[in-house]
Ligand binder design. Structure first.
Ligand code: EPZ
Length: 450
């Protein structure tokens, strides 16, 4: 329960155990507008607490991770008004707590940003180790390395990270691993530190740049975001501001892949095409037509894409978050495709589910080998994490027959109204609350869902 005592949208939804039913085989056609970037939003929302005045943030995706984070900020005393149009008003003057409860924090990984924000604001923070998608080991040693470099004392006791510093003093931090979370969290701790901080081997993702731009809108002095070296000059005070979040690179990429996989013709609108360059390049390599406009990308699929090799890398390489969705195209492409997952050691849990739909995939450690099959067939499957869920939706759209997807709360963490956006593109997808009888029209085919 959040501070108001009422169950948040997430808690209510989770109790309902909803499923998606998809009747596949229809190409997606039309235009879809992309929402605000989840991985920028879950950092910028807590960062607003660093300001001494109120912040108004636009274009937040209205997704469970953002709703949950708003609840956590309320729990520690902030005033947060978040509406379904993706606008939030955040007032931090009432924040007194530097601790957050495990109940709230365990629901999402991005809760670790409260460490850098509260350490930067109060000089102390006590946050339980984060939850989040089970895609492999997700240590925070680089975050801690950065906080300690700035003079903080950090211990982990009974699963709680306790950071404190009499005064944060700028320093050079060399990241052993390119980490989005650590890069952003160290920025949070450094913006009001005494002196200058340099983050070397920093992550360059679009959302890292967006967070730096937000901090500068509040009066911070952050330079070099988007390169592997970020320089931060500490300032005494950060002011409230108004800010609009960039479009979501991963949601855009997901719809590009869905258009290609269903041999459809879709305009993915309200995007920054440069952010999707690596996905565009891979789709072109597969023989798929991709046309870039100023703020849109048009994807026209073909019946049998060509095979491809993919290696996930930090930006501007191919994003790990699209490895699972694009594996559906690899499953039906001509020939043998290979995907190597460089960032996470357990991000192939969707493979077992795709096999249930007829895919021919072999996994060896961090490499998946796909023998392209003629087509997929609908089946009951289970989402194991956010982007695995997105992959199963795309597989359901491609498959012949009906696919039932369980555990769709994972998908609601990162995609806003996905079934509405897909329906508008011609998909036959329905959200069904557990226990409701699926609609007749969906179960016309032989393989009736579980
Ligand atoms: C962010 O996770 C994203 N989440 C992930 O998106 C995304 O997959 C990932 O970046 C990579 O782009 C959010 O932004 C909320 P990392 P994060 O720190 O910050 C290792 C999604 O689907 N590492 O860049 O946790 C780590 O194990 C989610 O939207 C350390 O070793 O990722 C991994 O191998 C899933 N020590 C690599 O670095 C650390 O202290 C990259 O992780 C931190 C990370």
């Amino acid at each position: 329960m959040n501070s108001g005592g009422e169950a948040s949208a997430i808690q209510v939804r989770g109790i309902l155990l909803e499923k998606f039913y998809i009747s596949g085989g229809k190409p997606l056609t039309g235009k879809v507008s992309i929402g605000g970037a989840k991985n920028a939003a879950v950092a910028i929302l807590p960062a607003a607490l660093l300001a001494d005045g109120p912040c108004t943030i636009h274009n937040l995706p209205y997704i469970d991770d953002v709703i949950c984070l708003a609840d956590i900020l309320k729990e520690i005393g902030a005033k947060v008004n978040l509406n379904k149009r993706g606008e939030a008003y955040v007032e931090s003057s009432t924040v007194t707590q530097y601790k957050a409860s495990y109940d709230m924090v365990k629901q999402m990984r991005a809760s670790y940003y409260l460490l850098g924000v509260l350490l930067g604001k109060f000089g102390k923070a006590e946050i339980p180790l984060p939850g989040g998608c089970e895609i492999g080991a997700r240590p925070i040693d680089q975050h801690i390395k950065g906080f300690e470099a700035l003079g903080a004392n950090v211990v982990i006791e009974h699963g709680v990270v306790k950071a404190s510093a009499k005064k944060l003093i700028g320093n050079e931090v060399y990241l052993d691993v390119v980490s989005v979370g650590a890069t952003i969290n160290i920025m949070f701790a450094a913006v009001k530190a005494e002196g200058s901080t340099t983050i070397v081997n920093a992550a360059k993702e679009p959302h890292v740049v967006d967070v730096a731009n937000f901090l500068n809108s509040m009066g911070a002095n952050v330079k070099g975001a988007g390169t592997d070296t970020i320089r931060i000059k500490g300032v005494d005070r950060l002011n409230g501001c108004e800010y609009t979040i960039i479009p979501d690179q991963i949601e855009a990429g997901t719809f590009m892949v869905a258009a290609a996989a269903t041999a459809g013709d879709v305009v993915v609108a309200d995007v920054i095409p440069k952010h999707m360059e690596s996905i565009t390049a891979k789709l072109l390599e597969m023989g798929i037509e991709v046309i870039e406009g100023d703020d849109y990308i048009r994807v026209r699929g073909i019946q049998k894409p060509r095979r491809v090799n993919i290696k996930t890398l930090p930006y501007p390489g191919f994003p790990t978050d699209l490895q699972q969705p694009i594996s559906v195209i690899c499953s039906i492409a001509k020939g043998t495709s290979i995907i190597h997952e460089s960032l996470f050691d357990h991000r192939f849990r969707h493979v077992e589910e795709l096999r249930r739909m007829g895919a021919n995939i072999k996994v060896e450690d961090r490499t998946a080998i796909f023998e392209g099959v003629d087509g997929l067939s609908g089946a009951p499957v289970t989402a194991t994490d956010l982007r695995a869920g997105a992959a199963l939706i795309i597989a359901g759209l491609v498959a012949n027959g009906v696919t039932e997807i369980d555990n769709i709360h994972f998908i609601d963490r990162g995609y806003e109204r996905i079934e509405e956006k897909l329906t508008a593109l011609g998909a036959d997808i329905r959200r069904v609350k557990d226990g409701d009888k699926p609609l007749k029209v969906l179960l016309g085919s032989s393989n009736s869902a579980r």
